[in-house]
Write a protein that binds this ligand. Structure first.
Ligand code: SF4
Ligand code: SF4
Length: 360
C-alpha cells in the first residue's frame, strides 16, 4: 500500500480507538541530547537515578527497539468534565488537590493497550511488522517525539501543548519499523507569556522549558521517596498528588478539550475530598480506593507523608485546623519514621501557631 494512504488509514483507526491525534515522527532526537545532559548535571533530575542509568537511550529509539524507523505519537485527552473546579479545591485548604490526570483509571496500561490494538489493526493490513507500544513506561523521550511529530510544542513549563487542545492530554508512542511519511513540527506559541513561570508555587521552572524536579511539587509528591524539604512544605498548600498550577494558568488551556473516556472520570470523589478523611484511610482502604489508579504506585507511606504536609498547611485559625490537629496527634508514633517526621512538622505548625494566635 502507498505509505501516505497507509498513514491516513492508521490515523483513522487511531481516532476510532479514542486517540485525539496521531502523527508521525522520525527518530532523530539528537538535538535534545545536550539539553538533557545539562539538565542532569545541574542536578535538576533530583534523585531519579534511572534517568542517568538509561543514559542517552531515550534519544535513540532504534537502540531501544532495533529496527525502529518511525514513531507514531498519539494523544489522548484526560480532562474530566464533571470534576470539581480545580481553583475551588486549591482555594479550600481543608480539601486535597489531586492532579487532574490521576483522578480516574491509570492511563499507562490503558494507552498501551489501545496502542497494541492499533498495531494489530495495522498488521491486519500490512502483515507482520516490528512494533513496541510505550506510555511513560521506558526510556522514551515522548516530549521530543511529540514535538518532532507536530503534536505540539514544549511549553515553558516543559509539557507539550498545542493551539487546539492546550496540554491536558496523555502521550503514547508506537515504535514502528514502517517507513511512513513524517509530519512537520509546529511553531512554538508561548511568545512573551511567562504565566506558568510566575505562578509556580515553588519556583521550579528555572528557565524556559527547564523544570528543576527538586522543587517541583509533582516530583516531590509522586517520585520522591525521601523527606520533603521543610523549606518547600509551606509552599505546597493542599497539593497531595501532583500539581497542575502551570497548566491551569496557561492561556492555551482555554481551548482544552474534555475527555470522552469514562475511565478518566474522577473515582471515589478524589477531585475534592477532605484531607482529614484521606489521612484517616488505613492501608487497606488506600489500596482498595486506589485500585486501578496511578495514585496507588506511590504507596500508602508517601500518600500519608504528603497528606501530613497538606494538613500542616491548613491555616491554624481555620475551622478545619482542630480536626487536623487531632488526626495528626492520633497517628503520631504509629505511622513509621518518615511520616512521623512530617506529622511532627505539621503539628508544630498547627499547634505552635494556634497557641501564638491565642496568646495574642
Ligand atoms: S507542576 Fe507545579 S511545581 Fe511543578 S513546575 Fe508546574 S506549577 Fe511548578
Ligand atoms: S503559560 Fe504561557 S509560557 Fe507557559 S506554557 Fe502556557 S503559553 Fe507557554
Amino acid at each position: 500500500m502507498d505509505p501516505s494512504e497507509l498513514k491516513r488509514r492508521i490515523q483513522g483507526w487511531a481516532q476510532e480507538l479514542g486517540f485525539t491525534e496521531a502523527r508521525v515522527a522520525d527518530i532523530d532526537l539528537s538535538d535534545y541530547e545536550r539539553g538533557f545532559r545539562e539538565w542532569l548535571s545541574a542536578g535538576h533530575g533530583a534523585s531519579m537515578s534511572f534517568l542517568e542509568r538509561h543514559g542517552l537511550l531515550r534519544f535513540r529509539p532504534d537502540e531501544l527497539v532495533p529496527g525502529t524507523r518511525r514513531v507514531l505519537m498519539v494523544s489522548r485527552d484526560y480532562l474530566p468534565p464533571e470534576s470539581r473546579s480545580p481553583q475551588q479545591v486549591l482555594g479550600n485548604p481543608a480539601l486535597a488537590y489531586v492532579s487532574r490526570y490521576s483522578l480516574g483509571r491509570d492511563y499507562h496500561k490503558l494507552v498501551r493497550k489501545r496502542l497494541a490494538q492499533l498495531a494489530r489493526r495495522i498488521s491486519d493490513e500490512v502483515g507482520p511488522f516490528t512494533y513496541r507500544a510505550f506510555c511513560d513506561s521506558a526510556p522514551v523521550y515522548e516530549t521530543g517525539l511529540a514535538e518532532r511529530a507536530g503534536l505540539g510544542w514544549k511549553g515553558k513549563h516543559s509539557l507539550v501543548l498545542n493551539r487546539s487542545g492546550g496540554s491536558w492530554f496523555f502521550l503514547g508512542a508506537l515504535f514502528l519499523d514502517l517507513d511512513l511519511p513524517v509530519d512537520e513540527p509546529v511553531a512554538d506559541h508561548c511568545g512573551t507569556c511567562t504565566a506558568c513561570i510566575d505562578v509556580c508555587p515553588t519556583g521550579a521552572i528555572v528557565a524556559d522549558g527547564v523544570v528543576d524536579a527538586r522543587r517541583c511539587i509533582s516530583y516531590l509528591t509522586i517520585e520522591a521517596d525521601e523527606d520533603i524539604p521543610e523549606s518547600l512544605r509551606p509552599l505546597m498548600g493542599n497539593r497531595v498528588y501532583g500539581c497542575d498550577d502551570c497548566q491551569l494558568v496557561c492561556p492555551w488551556n482555554r481551548f482544552a478539550r474534555y475527555t470522552q473516556d469514562d475511565d478518566f472520570q474522577p473515582r471515589h470523589d478524589l477531585d475534592a475530598t477532605e484531607l482529614v478523611t484521606l489521612f484517616r484511610w488505613d492501608e487497606a482502604t488506600f489500596l482498595a480506593r486506589t485500585e486501578g489508579s496511578a495514585i496507588r504506585r506511590i504507596g500508602w507511606r508517601r500518600w500519608r507523608r504528603n497528606l501530613a504536609v497538606a494538613l500542616g498547611n491548613i491555616p491554624p485559625q481555620a475551622d478545619a485546623a482542630g480536626e487536623a490537629l487531632a488526626a495528626l496527634t492520633q497517628e503520631l508514633g504509629e505511622a513509621g519514621d518518615q511520616v512521623d517526621r512530617h506529622i511532627r512538622w505539621a503539628i508544630d505548625r498547627l499547634s505552635g501557631d494556634r497557641s501564638r494566635g491565642s496568646s495574642g
